[in-house]
Design a protein around this ligand. Sequence first.
Ligand code: PLP
Length: 374
Amino acid sequence: MAARSSPGRTAGSRGRTASRDDWRWQLGHAIETVAELARHLDLSREEREGALRAERQGLRLRITPYYLSLCDPHDPSCPIRRQVVPRSEETRAVPGDMVDPLGERAHRVAARLIRRYPDRALLLASAQCAVHCRFCTRSRLVGRRRDSPAPAGFEPAMRYLAQHPEIREVIVSGGDPLLLATDHLAALCARLRRIAHIEVLRLATRVPAALPSRVTAELVRALRRYHPIWVMTHFNHPRELTAAAEQACRRLVDAGFPVMNQTVLLRGVNDRASVLASLFRGLVRWRVRPYYFFQMDPVRGAAHLRTPLAAGVELMAALQGKLSGIALPKLVVDTPGGGGKVPLGPCYAVASAAGQTRLRPPGGASVAYVDPPA
Ligand SMILES: *Cc1c(COP(=O)(O)O)cnc(C)c1O
C-alpha cells in the first residue's frame, strides 16, 4: 500500500514512523474505499454493493489494517467482517428503526454534552473512530467531522457541568476519545478535573479492540494523573482478544484504570452462548470486567445485525450459573427515545404468594423463599 498523507485526519496522520505497529500508521492507512477493501477481502455481491454505497452516503467505510487482519478474507459471514464491512441490507428500512435511537438530540444540554441521568453526563469528545461499526448508534455523527474540535469547543459543556453540582460523573465518549491527540485528551481530562464536584471520569473507547497500538505507555502516563478514570472497552467476539489487545488492556489495568467491557449483541456475530462464554472468560483473564451486554439499538440501516429481545434473554439464561459471576455482564436495553437503560433477563421468581416466593435456580427445581414475619 502506498503511504498516504491525509491532512486533518485527527492525530494520526503526522506520525514519523512507518511501522504497522504504530497507531498513526494504522490510522493513515485505514481502509476507506471499495477498491482497497477488495484488495484484501473476496467481497460478496452484498458487501460490494454496501461498500459502494458507504463510499458516498450513510456511515462511511473505515477499517484499520489491524482490524482488517482479524477478518477472514474468504468468508463474508466472518464475525469480525460482519461488524465493519457494509452490506446492501443497510438500505433496508424496518419498522422501529430510528436515526437517533437514544433521543440524544432531545437530551443535548450544551454543545457536545448529552444528559439523560441526574448524576451523569456524556461528552462527545471526538467524531472520529478507528473503525466504523456498521451497527453504530451514533452513525448520524461518526466520521462526519474530520478534525478534532478545538479546546474552546468544549467550553459550553464545561460551563454547564460547572453549574450542575449534582453531576458526579462524566463519560467521555464520541466517536472515540482515544483518537484525540494525547495532549489534547489529557488537557480535556485536566479541564474536567478543575470542576470540583466531578468525582469520576469514564473513557468509552473501542480502541483496545480496533487499534490497540494507540494505548501507548505515553498515553497511559498522561492520563493516569487524572484518576479516578474508568475505561469502558468494546469487545464483541473472542477473535478480537489478540496479544496486541491484551497488551493494551494490561497497560491500562496496570496503571490503575478499572477496565470494564460493553458487548453489543449482534446477529451472526456473537449470538451463541459458547461464543459469549469464551469472550467473557477471556476478558476476565485480562482483568477486564464484562459490564453491559447491550441489546442492539434500533438504528437505521442495521436491522440485519439486530436480534429479537428474546434472544438476549435466552443467552443470559444459558450463561447464568455456568459462568462465574464476575464474567457475566448485565443484559441491558437502552430504551428507544432516550429514557435510559433498563436491565432485562430471565425471570427466576416463578410465583409468589404473601410472604413467600418460589425461585427457580439455574437448572434446578423451584424452591420456596420465605420472608421474615412482619
Ligand atoms: C449509557 C449512558 C450513561 C451511563 O449509563 P450507566 O448505566 O451508568 O453505565 C450515561 N449517560 C448517557 C447519555 C448514556 O447513554
